[in-house]
Design a protein around this ligand. Structure first.
Ligand code: DHB
Length: 310
């Protein structure tokens, strides 16, 4: 069987698979379950400076082809997650810490705290939460994103990735990639949920979640073509020093394989993890290994980004 052991940002992981931020990673007990699973590593729920309850329930719905969520960033606050990721055994997996601020000042404060901490893992700055009213997804504002990154990289020198929303226009891929290439960003994660979708319950003719009159981020099979396109677009535009994590619509080993082909070197699982639990990782790894073995691919690096065009 093809060995899935794999390098990302110069660190070794036993598998390219991990959870997507937000799914099965809010409490310490969920994080421990991830640690004991077959996932190569884990990422925490996106932390804000202060703990938050998030939006009113119902705020998550399973849909025929995925999910809709309007969680509103419920989390236990930065200190809770920073303590967890900083106190894992040194021989443990390299962990990821997801964070977001509600203003530039708050984002910089979060990153200063991480900078000053013992945390030696990888930080993911979420520039794309769609669910907090009055707070647009920052990475849809190109000038504001550039300004924020300028301030971040004035001082932050631990490995930092950014979580992007999906883009739908080739000009937008060009503009965002031009900005990202100007900074010492370790990786980009494509994609966050497709923001502000709507689903109507056929039994009741109502929306399915309470916040924001029913709008919510769409995940699962609905978003896979958009995820593939975003990974492939950034693979073609980013300097090779910048890695890509692929997220969106993974249900099978074939889905993982396709994100890797488009240029992802780690792959995150959200909706399917929510639906199946942490056993999803062992299943996906077996399915991926079967594909790689059948194709006589010895190591992941031989196929990452190797999608053929016509
Ligand atoms: C939430 C949803 C997201 O897609 C995200 O990136 C961060 C937070 C949420 O609603 O909690």
């Amino acid at each position: 069987m093809t060995n899935l052991t794999h390098e990302f940002l110069g660190r070794t992981f036993t598998s390219p698979l991990m959870n997507a931020a937000g799914v099965h990673c809010e409490s310490i007990s969920e994080l421990r379950e991830l640690q004991q699973s077959a996932a190569g590593t884990l990422i925490t729920k996106t932390a804000t400076l202060q703990p938050r309850q998030g939006n009113q329930s119902p705020r998550y719905a399973d849909l025929p082809f995925g999910s809709l969520n309007a969680m509103g960033l419920p989390n236990f606050g930065l200190d809770y997650y920073l303590d967890f990721v900083s106190t894992q055994p040194a021989n443990g997996r390299q962990l990821f810490l997801s964070v977001t601020g509600f203003s530039t000042a708050e984002t910089l404060e979060l990153l200063h705290k991480i900078s000053a901490s013992d945390f030696q893992g990888i930080t993911e700055l979420n520039l794309s939460c769609p669910n907090v009213e009055g707070h647009p997804q920052l990475a849809y504002d190109f000038a504001a994103t550039k300004q924020l990154l300028q301030q971040v990289f004035n001082f932050f020198d631990k490995p930092l990735g950014i979580k992007l929303p999906p883009y739908f226009d080739l000009a937008h891929f060009d503009q965002m990639a031009t900005i990202i290439n100007q900074f010492p960003i370790a990786y980009v994660n494509c994609i966050n949920s497709i923001g502000n979708g709507l689903f109507i319950d056929p039994q009741t003719d109502t929306v399915v979640t309470r916040p924001k009159t029913g709008f919510g981020g769409i995940g699962g099979a609905y978003v896979k073509p958009t995820a593939l396109a975003n990974v492939w677009a950034f693979h073609q535009r980013l300097e090779s020093r910048i890695a890509i994590i692929g997220t969106g619509g993974v249900r099978t080993g074939r889905d993982v394989y396709e994100l890797l082909l488009c240029g992802a070197s780690m792959v995150q699982v959200g909706t399917q993890l929510h639906q199946e639990g942490v056993d999803v990782f062992a299943r996906l790894e077996t399915e991926l290994q079967e594909i790689l073995t059948a194709k006589k691919i010895d190591q992941l690096t031989d196929m990452i980004g190797q999608l053929q065009t016509l």
